[in-house]
Design a protein around this ligand. Structure first.
Ligand code: CA
Length: 233
């Protein structure tokens, strides 16, 4: 079955351009012209990926992104934000709202297609894999074991779940609140600071002396598994 991409954009020429390129790459496309329609179509069609414009009528792309994340199954939905705003602060806001990647207009269609493929590669295979890895770190989900460079790593249950979450979404930046929701569960009340404590423990456990830190701290945004590491797998 062809993967389905939901394009959310109010400018018709851009929809036409994206549709042409996506269909040529073997995707099916549905499009929404505003945020409300986007949420409705996402619920109805369950797309495999969303390309989401920042500047939209009614609801901003950021708000749409947040709402998509809250939908049933929306936590793992790959989202690429498209925007004319190239500021670093905007990028952080976009990633913080839950976007997986960020492309600045004007974009080259071939670059965007490469990003689409990369995001799908990153987000898809993890879901039912028996093993997750990043560089020399390997998590065996069946045996519930973690190794780095061949040595056993002992993790507490929270660190294990935290690491699994990062490995399933390499390169994506998660805020403390998002990590609390996904790793601890939305119904548990834990201070956001607690996340820092567990990140520290996780880092201590997986990074031996001289090894590269696989966890990246993104200022004012949160944490991610280092995307450079992912590119080298
Ligand atoms: Ca627009």
């Amino acid at each position: 079955m062809k993967p389905l991409v939901l394009v959310v954009e109010d400018e018709v020429p851009i929809i036409t351009l994206l549709r042409y390129n996506l269909e040529r790459e073997g995707f099916k496309v549905v499009d929404a012209r505003d945020g409300e329609e986007a949420i409705m179509l996402a619920q109805e069609h369950r797309p495999d990926l969303v390309i989401l414009d920042w500047m939209l009528p009614l609801l901003s792309g950021i708000e749409v992104c947040r709402r998509l994340r809250r939908l049933n199954g929306g936590g793992n939905l790959p989202i690429i934000m498209l925007t004319a705003r190239g500021e670093e602060a905007d990028k952080v806001r976009g990633l913080n709202a839950g976007a997986d990647d960020y492309v600045t207009k004007p974009f080259s269609p071939s670059e965007l297609m490469a990003r689409v493929r990369a995001v799908l590669r990153r987000t898809k295979p993890g879901n039912d894999a028996e093993q997750l890895s990043c560089e020399d770190l390997v998590m065996d989900l069946v045996a519930h074991r973690v190794k780095r460079a061949g040595r056993d790593i002992h993790l507490g249950p929270t660190e294990f779940r935290l690491l699994r979450h990062f490995l399933e979404h390499p390169g994506r930046v998660f805020s403390r609140e998002q990590l609390l929701d996904s790793v601890w569960g939305a119904d548990v009340y834990v201070e956001p600071r607690t996340v820092d404590v567990h990140i520290r423990r996780l880092r201590k456990a997986i990074n031996a002396d001289g090894e590269r830190d696989l966890i990246r701290t993104v200022r004012s945004a949160g944490y991610s598994l280092d995307p450079h590491a992912v590119a080298m797998v």
